[in-house]
Design a protein around this ligand. Structure first.
Ligand SMILES: [Zn+2]
Length: 309
């Protein structure tokens, strides 16, 4: 394989991206998932024995619980500042940064919707337990930040955005600004491999697991894609999507307009049937409940303080 794609922006559907392919699914400036990508096993972090709020995938629960316990025992207790964000929340967040600082600046520290590890349910901005927002100063130098840098990989978590060459804040291997608080769950096996390689997550997955060539063209058949039915399970902030996610065919990287993605219309499933039988009514109720939960989450987000990727 040649060098990785540059940090140029694009909108190619990453492969693999099935919900079971969580440890090898890569999103970066080029690769993304659908707007309808909602992990089926979201779980409150408060049920994982760690401070803070929000949800992440249940596949990370046991390791996260063990990591929080170990950090606490080491005198460096950690918490979750920001976990799962759905496509709409990421859209609001990114657009807010664009409004504040302009697109060219925002894109260095916030991913466009579809490109965020937070949408995978596997990205977490950690904080010091009880310490609040990790952004001011260099969280990497706090006890919690230092402990995480040394130990998180043993529990399946790897820092996605380390410092760049010469200690610079911009890293052209991750194509992102230094974020000592942002970790990605890969599972212990994959995290150990990435840690041993000395590569960033982006480099490692591009080199070993992403089934696209450097131009974003499929080089191996995709085995599984997110299914629409998976998004109908009860999750705290998911609104069921009526649309079937796009097929495995990657989009043209030049089509930047796809960043907006298909709009999710929560009313559509109920309205699409000619007669509203009992199943349809149950589905409609589920949609309304899901929408309510999403609004509640959005309201909590608005109350929370500044956050980045
Ligand atoms: Zn983050």
């Amino acid at each position: 394989m040649g060098p990785l794609p540059s940090c140029a922006l694009g909108d190619v559907y990453t492969v693999p991206r099935g919900y079971d392919d969580w440890s090898t699914t890569l999103v970066d400036r080029l690769l993304r998932v659908e707007a309808t990508y909602v992990p089926p096993d979201l779980m409150r972090v408060s049920e994982m024995g760690i401070a803070g709020g929000g949800s992440i995938r249940g596949v990370a629960a046991a390791d996260t619980r063990a990591m929080a316990k170990a950090a606490r025992a080491a005198g460096a207790p950690i918490g979750v500042w920001s976990g799962y964000r759905n496509y709409e929340q990421q859209t609001q967040l990114f657009n807010g940064y664009v409004t504040q600082n302009g697109f060219d600046s925002a894109i260095t520290y916030s991913q466009r919707p579809g490109h965020s590890e937070h949408q995978l349910g596997l990205g977490v901005d950690f904080m010091s337990a009880g310490g609040g927002n990790p952004l001011p100063g260099d969280w990497g130098k706090t006890p919690a930040g230092s402990w995480m840098r040394e130990n998180a990989w043993k529990y399946g978590w790897v820092n996605s955005y380390p410092r760049g060459a010469g200690g610079s804040r911009w890293n052209d291997r991750s194509c992102f600004r230094y974020e000592p608080w942002h970790y990605r769950y890969l599972g212990r096996e994959m995290a150990a491999k990435v840690h041993a390689s000395g590569l960033t997550i982006r480099e490692y997955l591009w080199n070993n697991d992403t089934m696209l060539d450097r131009n974003g063209t499929l080089i191996a058949p995709a085995t599984s894609m997110p299914s629409a039915s998976a998004s109908t399970s009860a999750s705290p902030s998911a609104s069921p999507s009526p649309t079937t996610p796009l097929s495995g065919t990657p989009s043209d990287p030049s089509v930047a307009a796809t960043a907006a993605g298909p709009a999710v219309d929560p009313a559509k499933p109920a309205a699409s049937g000619s007669g509203l039988g009992a199943p349809a009514l149950v589905a409609a109720a589920a949609v309304l409940l899901g929408a309510g939960a999403a609004l509640a989450v959005a309201a909590r987000r608005r109350r929370s303080r500044r956050q980045v990727e």
